[in-house]
Write a protein that binds this ligand. Structure first.
Ligand code: ADP
Ligand code: MG
Length: 384
């Protein structure tokens, strides 16, 4: 059976040309010329025969005459309508140059034309160029297809796995709770300690699953983009974190951040994660100070189209070597004993800004606080 990839790359490296050309003198010349080159030529004298052959030989290029004995224009149009995924490049062969014919050829979907008297070298280079171009296009579209498929699988995988893990985990937690309630008195000290560790591990697993579900829902349950006042969003986030802010005696300073088109829930998630981190990774013995302010867009950058917001803290910071790594899934620089967490917060932030067509980066040095810079477009194309 013919395999899709055997054309272009396979077939002992010889590209296949389907030549639909009959009657005119140029057709014989064309056939002899192509035969002297490194092509595999399949020749039909009657142009409509090209249809059907294209599907079984997978040619890289179809050369079709527009002479009256073999008018390939209709065939070219039909090939386009076939929606044949691996449509080969097509070149029309004309008699003397004719503007109308040129228009018709391109309207019918031809990629190129060549007119008589034929400049054979030029024909050869055009054919080669089109074959290489088509090859690159096919490779790119194959790659994009594979990538899309992998992405879909990954999205389904994250969702399904995190969803399905909930149930056994609920059971573990429920039974652990029963033991704590009913049978606690029969446990010795070591048993009680084991039980406590089971509960803690199950709680941690619950946080991981919740985080993963949140991560996968960023695309599956995304909201429309609407005008969002980022200053309001950050104020809401601060208000949700009030108890913690009071407890840590933190000082929060918010600048005028502006209005952008965005998914409001996701903007909230974004700043919630960044501000929580700023509070969480604070230096001991020093009250946290968190600033959320706009950063002017440099003149040579995309001014008028983007905004930049910085979330800056005076906390423990991190080594600048890790400034990219921390945006990966489950990446944590600080141990669970010191700071609890899942390593998902910044991965969620990254996915949110990327879904909005923006970017996020971090700047820090150990012990010197951290800065997270979010760049977001002011406007979105409505698709989301
Ligand atoms: N403001 C910050 N200051 C210092 N380190 C930070 C800050 N924010 C994030 N980090 C580091 O990046 C890691 C990843 O952050 P995140 O994805 O939010 O996960 P989590 O907070 O659950 O650990 C954290 O574990 C921490 O090591
Ligand atoms: Mg976090």
């Amino acid at each position: 059976m013919h395999n899709d990839s055997s054309s272009l790359s396979g077939n002992a490296g010889r590209p296949i040309i389907l030549l639909g050309c009959g009657g005119a003198a140029v057709c014989h010349e064309m056939r002899s010329f192509l035969a002297t080159k490194e092509f595999n030529v399949i020749h039909v004298e009657y142009c409509p025969d090209v249809i059907g052959l294209d599907a079984c030989h997978f040619p890289d290029l179809i050369l079709m005459s527009s002479h009256k004995d073999c008018n390939g224009l209709d065939v070219c149009e039909k090939l386009q309508k076939n929606l044949f995924k691996r449509r080969p490049a097509s070149v029309m062969i004309f008699g003397p140059p004719d503007d109308d014919l040129v228009d018709q050829a391109f309207a019918a979907g031809a990629d190129e034309y060549i007119s008589e008297p034929i400049h054979w070298n030029l024909l050869y280079y055009r054919i080669n160029f089109l074959i290489q171009k088509r090859k690159a296009e096919l490779e790119l579209s194959d790659f994009a297809g594979r990538l899309e498929q992998t992405n879909r699988e990954l999205k389904d995988f994250t969702y399904v796995v995190s969803h399905d893990l909930q149930e056994p985990l609920h059971l573990i937690r429920a039974f652990a709770e029963r033991i704590t309630g009913k049978s606690h008195s029969v446990l010795d000290e070591q048993g009680a300690m084991y039980l406590q560790r089971i509960e803690m591990a199950a709680g941690r697993m619950q946080s991981l699953i919740d985080g993963l579900l949140q991560y996968s829902r960023l695309t599956t349950q995304a909201q429309e983009f609407v005008p969002v006042d980022l200053t309001d969003i950050v104020r809401e986030v601060i208000s949700d974190l009030e108890v913690r802010i009071d407890r840590q005696k933190a000082k929060i300073i918010i600048g005028e951040l502006g209005i952008i088109e965005a998914d409001p829930l996701q903007m909230r998630q974004l700043f919630q994660n960044l501000v929580s981190n700023a509070l969480k990774y604070s230096s001991c013995g020093q009250a946290p100070r968190v600033e959320v302010f706009p950063l002017p867009v440099p003149e040579n950058a995309d001014r008028g189209n983007i905004c930049q917001v910085v979330v800056k803290d005076n906390g423990i910071g991190f080594d600048s070597r890790f400034q990219e790594k921390i945006f990966g899934l489950f990446q944590r620089l600080h141990g669970r004993d010191e700071y609890n967490g899942t390593g998902l917060g910044l991965a969620i932030c990254k996915k949110i800004v990327e879904r909005h067509g923006g970017s996020i980066s971090a700047r820090s040095a150990s012990g010197q606080g951290a800065e997270f810079i979010v760049v977001l477009p002011l406007q979105q194309n409505k698709k989301g």
